[in-house]
Design a protein around this ligand. Sequence first.
Ligand SMILES: *Cc1c(COP(=O)(O)O)cnc(C)c1O
Length: 416
Amino acid sequence: MATKQMCDSWDRADSLAEFRDRFILPDGVIYLDGNSLGPVPKTTPGRVANMIEQEGGAHLIGGWLADGWMEKPLILGDRVAKLIGAGPGEVAVVDTTSINLFKLLAAALRLRPERRIILSNHENFPTDLYMAQGLSAWLDQGHELRLVDESQIEAAIGDDVAVVMLTQTNFKTGRVLDMAAITEAAHRAGALTLWDLAHSAGAFPVALNTAKADFAVGCSYKYLNAGPGGPAFLFVAERHQALAEQPLTGWLGHENPFAFETSYRPAVGIRRHVCSSPGVLGLVAFEAALEIFEAADINDLRAKSNALCDLFITLVEERCGDFGFELLSPRQAGLVEPLLRGSQVSFAHPEGYAIIQALIRRGVIGDFRDPHVLRFGFAPLYLRYGDVYDAVDQLRQVMDGREWDDHSLKERAAVT
Ligand SMILES: *Cc1c(COP(=O)(O)O)cnc(C)c1O
């Protein structure tokens, strides 16, 4: 059985321990929700203030060039590329995940004009499904979103499938899909792939080009710590860039925006997937977070994340085994491809919502997903082995004292 002393000694030996101090975290809180909204680095407020006061204050409109604001979507894109196994010129940091999904799904469907099926899974995150439904309705060409169970995806890729659209890491269970195998099956059937990396980027080394992925989107405010509403990113494999065109043909995706021509001509390369003026405040905040990821080795992050998740599972089963928690996440995580589990652990329990509320009251912040999923994210940059021990200790006290059995904890809030 793991003891607090053992956890403390692992923390003393941890090569990533120094990173914790780089984040803004409230005292007395164990934050197991960085998979939903990551904390921001301590450098973020200064960077944002500097952009407003120094860059903007001195240069005003000149900042677009003098401070490189205009080029940030592509410059940050190249930095994100390194975290997701993409090459230079294949990633742009723009818009939101949902909007990027819409843009790239439209681009991918156009590349398969004779096909009508978008294949996804029931377990996918709803916004992805909603965007696909919305796009299909607007196209009005008979496109259909076909949903299958996660375990049936490869078998369901027939020659009517235009695009296989999947979230790599299941947001409820943390299960990771085999991107390389599914992409290969899609290509064998003549289909394209569009991957959502929302719960993957920053959590483990993603290998888009090794898997020969076609398109991808992802999020900066979860494991990548850009802050609430941080800009999203998109990936278009270089081999598709000459032909792939997206529908939001704003001026900054134009070949020559400042010629102010009356007709749209798409820019060459990834730039055509930018639509509007860059949201510089969000980009500057994201830059502060990327510096941290560039100082750490993503493989070290993966190894520690696995160790934290494994420890949590072991301790919950040892110390809370009598309380009816059922492990929903894969027990095995994997260090090399194919990875099996992301950086989160989920348990099912019929009183899940109230248990999470009782934990939050004790300063252990996880979250809840319908119908009965307790979800805990383990971000290795700022979590300690001792935190995992303490979190399970608090859970044990919640269960021992039946603290969840309290009407005030059972009312659902608007954001869970
Ligand atoms: C969090 C998440 C999103 C978020 O989309 P927004 O457009 O940023 O609100 C999208 N897809 C998945 C799979 C997510 O987990």
